[in-house]
Design a protein around this ligand. Structure first.
Ligand SMILES: Cc1cc2nc3c(=O)[nH]c(=O)nc-3n(C[C@H](O)[C@H](O)[C@H](O)COP(=O)(O)OP(=O)(O)OC[C@H]3O[C@@H](n4cnc5c(N)ncnc54)[C@H](O)[C@@H]3O)c2cc1C
Ligand code: FES
Length: 258
């Protein structure tokens, strides 16, 4: 798989909510090579602190523009917010294994929090495959402020979107996983990205319903290239998977959910 290390020009920095931003880059090589579910490693600033690149899912690919959706949680993501149009940013990617695009349909996408990021790229790809009517996309977040803009963008693509928020400010008041059971009988594949407890729950729901499930895992990553072994997750068959090389997308039944 082709991967590149280059400096790309920032086209846009959008603030979608208090601590959620979207960075659009003019990144033709990544745009041409990327598959939904893959990620990039971003050098967040020019100084040595933070030293390590940070991993981000490829959120959108439109023409030669690649967008990353990110939440400010620490130093690296805070530095990223200072980038504006015309600045350049050093990025390695696309990396890892993405979602199975040839898997059976209809498929249901489930996203929680920043796990929604890779699902937009995936949803656009599904539309191009013309697999017939799609079941609803399920999206969850803490509040309406975090979710509304993103949910609207999936709706604009033509999907029915069911939302859930922790505080009940948008859609179902509760967990997004509580929306899945009613839909599972209509789908042949579930593809999910979000916090580990949410993906563990979805994996169990799918297992009970005998519906295949793919999860996109987020672990701490130092290199993103398979060199440091810093991104392991326990495998059901024993041993470990390296999320950056074997994933980040894995079949849910490959993971030893703890
Ligand atoms: C494959 C992959 C794709 C990702 N995609 C996205 C994305 O699309 N959007 C997005 O906002 N974030 C994404 N992340 C998480 C993102 O990489 C981290 O939030 C980021 O590295 C934090 O950097 P920081 O310097 O701001 O925070 P740090 O100062 O490094 O950490 C701040 C806090 O966040 C915690 N943290 C950092 N990284 C992770 C992680 N990977 N998992 C759980 N907790 C973590 C730390 O333990 C610490 O408590 C992804 C991670 C992976 C592995
Ligand atoms: S992050 Fe270094 S091996 Fe995966």
């Amino acid at each position: 798989m082709a991967e590149f290390q280059e400096k790309y020009t920032v086209l846009r920095q959008e603030q979608l909510a208090d601590d959620i931003f979207r960075l659009s880059l003019d990144a033709p090589k990544i745009a041409a090579a990327a598959q939904p579910g893959q990620f990039v490693m971003v050098r967040t600033g020019e100084s040595l602190d933070p030293l390590l690149r940070r991993p981000f899912s490829i959120h959108k690919v439109i023409g030669e523009t690649v967008a990353l959706l990110y939440k400010v949680v620490g130093k690296g993501t805070r530095v990223l917010t200072s980038l504006g149009p015309g600045d350049s940013v050093d990025v390695v990617g696309p990396l890892g294994r993405g979602f199975d695009l040839d898997g059976p349909g209809p498929r249901c996408l489930v996203g929680g929090g920043m796990g929604i990021a890779p699902l937009y790229f995936l949803a656009r790809q599904i539309l191009q495959q013309d697999t017939g009517p799609n079941p609803p996309i399920l999206l969850g977040a803490r509040t309406r402020a975090e979710l509304q803009v993103l949910a609207d963008e999936f709706t604009e693509l033509g999907f029915v979107v069911l939302t859930a928020t922790d505080d009940g400010s948008l859609g179902h008041h509760g967990l997004v996983t509580e929306l899945l059971d009613d839909i599972l009988h209509r789908v042949r594949l579930v593809q999910v990205c979000g916090p580990v407890p949410m993906m563990r729950t979805v994996a169990r729901q799918c297992d009970r319903a005998r519906v295949p499930c793919q999860v996109s895992l987020e672990t701490h990553m130092a290199c993103g290239l398979g060199a440091c072994l810093g991104c392991t997750c326990p495998a059901r068959e024993g041993g470990y998977k390296h999320v950056c090389k074997d994933g980040p997308v894995l079949s849910a039944d490959e993971v030893a959910w703890i």
